[in-house]
Design a protein. Structure first.
Length: 366
């Protein structure tokens, strides 16, 4: 009897994830392809924090150089790089006069490096909109004008986007889709803009477009200066302040290669996995336990329960692949290794929380 109750609960929770994934696929949470206000767009500051990004920053600045925009500036803040990042930026500034290099300052106590660099960048910017980009993204298809037009039309304080992920190695294909499996099966994205509750919040620091005057009033990065997952925390602040925010999924207009291999991906995601579950260890453990229990309990009860569960899991991941613009076949092929990777990430995150610290880009994070 207890096993059947457990099976029913597991199937119900899985169906809820199925429903959320279906809603996200049908609602098409993408940036509109056209902008009608090209000639009347406000000024824009593109702000890029970097630390040891010599392999990436040239690609981003090159992609920005190909995108037309009326009044725009591109500012890069170097957060203590020890590689040739500065040389690459200086070379790009000779090709694109909009590019300006800013040397970061010594990291104050209580700040994370990225948040401090973003805070410096905002102080350097003077335009109507502030677009923060990570160095590992590339942009195209008129992203700048389309994004600013969309944000203005919906009167957004913040527009964030999850870039389409470029995955080349087998390890990346195992680990990276984990981000979308959580996002697109637990949160209906259309509710971020339409619902005031801060619980319905998601954002991605790889691309965050702020209304400039609103940012300068609230000083968002300063208010989350010690947070590793500053993107989600800022979206929650925006909702609590009765402002409007939205989060979309990128297509070809913004792409990213986050990590280069399995180990790098696990290490990176373990930094902020708790933020994906509302900073709740209990919620993370519940998600992990029910997911593992699903396979075990259903196998013990009957093959019919297992068949229903398996069909929903396959459908969920197929819909997530469609929405995130990845190959369905690859998503399903690497599904089981990806589930195992999630438990590896969760274990490492719990271990790090217990030890209260880890190293990221040569800097100790506590």
């Amino acid at each position: 009897m207890i096993l059947y109750i457990a099976c029913s609960l597991i199937l119900f929770l899985t169906f809820l994830r199925f429903a959320v994934a279906l809603v996200n696929m049908i609602s098409r949470p993408f940036l509109p392809m056209t902008s009608k206000d090209h000639d009347r767009l406000p000024s824009l500051s593109v702000l890029i924090p970097v630390r040891n990004e010599e392999k990436n920053i040239g690609n981003l600045l090159g992609s920005l150089a190909s995108l037309p925009y009326g009044k725009a500036e591109i500012i890069v803040c170097d957060d203590g790089s020890t590689d040739n990042t500065a040389d690459v930026v200086q070379a790009c500034s000779k090709v694109d006069p909009r590019v300006r290099y800013v040397q970061g300052k010594e990291l104050p106590r209580g700040w994370t490096g990225k948040n401090h660099a973003c805070h410096i960048l905002a102080g350097e910017a003077s335009n109507d909109y502030l677009l923060f980009l990570d160095a590992d993204v590339t942009v195209g298809e008129d992203l700048l004008r389309r994004a600013v037009s969309y944000a203005g039309r919906h009167r957004l304080a913040l527009l964030s986007m999850f870039p389409r992920q470029r995955m080349r190695s087998r390890g990346e294909k195992i680990v990276v889709p984990f981000m979308f499996r959580i996002l697109l099966s637990l949160l209906p994205l259309f509710l971020i803009r339409r619902c005031r509750w801060s619980s319905f919040s998601a954002a991605n620091g790889q691309m965050m477009l702020f209304h400039g005057a609103t940012y300068r009033r609230y000083r968002f990065h300063e208010r989350v200066k010690d947070k590793l997952a500053e993107d989600i925390e800022i979206m929650r602040l925006i909702k609590k302040s009765r402002l409007r925010g939205d989060t979309l999924v990128g297509r070809k207009e913004i792409e990213c290669r986050m990590y280069r291999g399995y180990a790098e991906g696990v290490n990176g995601f373990s930094r902020n996995i708790f933020s994906m579950f509302g900073n709740s260890v209990a919620f993370l453990l519940l998600f992990a336990i029910t997911g593992l229990a699903g396979w075990i309990v259903l196998l013990l009860v009957s093959w019919q329960f297992m068949a229903i569960y398996l069909a929903m899991v396959i459908a969920i991941n197929a819909m997530i692949a469609v929405t995130s613009r990845h190959r369905v076949s690859e998503n399903l092929i690497y599904l089981l290794p990806g589930i195992a990777a999630f438990y590896h990430i969760a274990f490492l995150a719990l271990k790090r929380r217990a030890s209260k610290g880890f190293e990221w880009k040569g800097r100790k994070i506590e």
